[in-house]
Structures are given as structure tokens and as C-alpha cells.
Design a protein around this ligand. Structure first.
Ligand SMILES: [Fe+2]
Ligand SMILES: [Fe+2]
Length: 187
């Protein structure tokens, strides 16, 4: 699908970013960049069919999100550290996929849980301040799709509780993502 159709599909054609949302949007664009590269990294683990299938499917959605964020956010407002977000995303996807399908699912579930909260916070802000209904609608659609990824990873992981290392890893992803958001809001 050409980019213009994706932008239309997300109702993102004519959105002006309010100044109160500029830092948030920079972090969204940086985050979607990282997400695209997580799945590019995971796709390198070509011998694992299940990881391949999930990565191909999720990649497509993340790439749509990135196209939409790139369209909405003026280029001079992009994060100066995009190279870093790409490297970190790729590394996270590749190394968690190397540790197998279950571990990859734990990673994706943790990442998407963080991303859901990240978008929800902005949706709440826009709603309470009557700021931009158009932007709210775009973020809501992205957020819903992140939740789908989260549920997919959770179901695929199966009904086995996380062990202590997986819990540690999930917490690490939560704090690492939060740090990345704070940095990308500024730079
Ligand atoms: Fe996304
Ligand atoms: Fe996602």
C-alpha cells in the first residue's frame, strides 16, 4: 500500500501537532522507529518459523505507525538520536529472538504493555484538555493496534507464568523504555 493510502487509513492527512504535544510526538516517532527495528532484528533469526511469522505481521503494523508519525511530525522535530533508537531496537529484537520463541513473546508483551500506557497517557491528556480530537483519534488507533500485538504475544506465550528471569527482563524493558521516552522527548 502506498504511504498516502496508509496516512488516509489512519485519518492522519491534515494534522497539526499542538505545541503541548510536540515532545510526546517526538517520542512516539522515536518509539515507532525502535519498534520497526525490533522486528527487523527478530526477522534475522530466520530459522525460527514462529518468530518469523509474528515479526512479519507485527512489522507491517509498526511500519504503518512509523509512516503516520513521520507524516504528522515535522522533520525538524524528529529525534536527533534516531540512529541510537534503530540500533537499540534491532539489538533488542535480535537478541530476544535468539533466546527462542517464548522469550521473544515475553519481550514483545513487555514492550507493548509499556507502549499502551505511553499512548494512553497522551490520549487522556488530549481528551481532558480538548486539545486535538484528530490527533487523539490517530493515537487511539495506534494504541489499539499495540494492544493487539500485546495480546497476540501473551496468547502465543501460553499459560505459563513468567519465571524470575523473565520478570526481571520485563521490568528492565519497562524502565529502559521509560528512559528512552524521556530522552527522546528532549533530543
Ligand atoms: Fe507501533
Ligand atoms: Fe507495537
Amino acid at each position: 500500500m502506498p504511504d498516502s493510502n496508509i496516512i488516509k487509513k489512519y485519518n492522519a492527512s491534515n494534522i497539526h501537532v499542538p505545541s503541548s504535544m510536540l515532545n510526546w510526538m517526538r517520542s512516539n516517532h522515536a518509539g515507532e522507529t525502535g519498534a520497526v527495528w525490533i522486528y527487523m532484528g527478530a526477522k534475522c533469526v530466520f530459522w525460527n518459523k514462529k518468530i518469523q511469522d509474528m515479526s512479519k505481521e507485527h512489522y507491517e503494523t509498526e511500519n504503518n505507525h512509523l509512516i503516520v508519525m513521520s507524516h504528522i511530525l515535522p522533520k525538524n522535530s524528529h529525534s536527533k538520536l534516531l540512529i541510537l533508537w534503530r540500533i537499540l531496537g534491532f539489538g533488542l529484537g535480535f537478541f530476544s529472538a535468539l533466546l527462542g520463541y517464548r522469550f521473544f513473546c515475553v519481550t514483545i508483551q513487555s514492550v507493548e504493555t509499556f507502549v499502551e500506557e505511553h499512548y494512553q497517557e497522551q490520549i487522556d491528556f488530549l481528551y481532558k484538555n480538548f486539545t486535538s480530537f484528530e490527533l487523539l483519534r490517530v493515537l487511539k488507533k495506534c494504541c489499539d493496534e499495540e494492544v493487539e500485538h500485546q495480546i497476540d504475544a501473551k496468547l502465543q506465550k501460553g499459560n505459563v507464568k513468567n519465571n524470575s528471569f523473565e520478570r526481571f527482563w520485563s521490568n528492565l524493558i519497562g524502565s529502559g523504555s521509560s528512559l528512552a521516552v524521556n530522552i527522546s522527548k528532549q533530543y
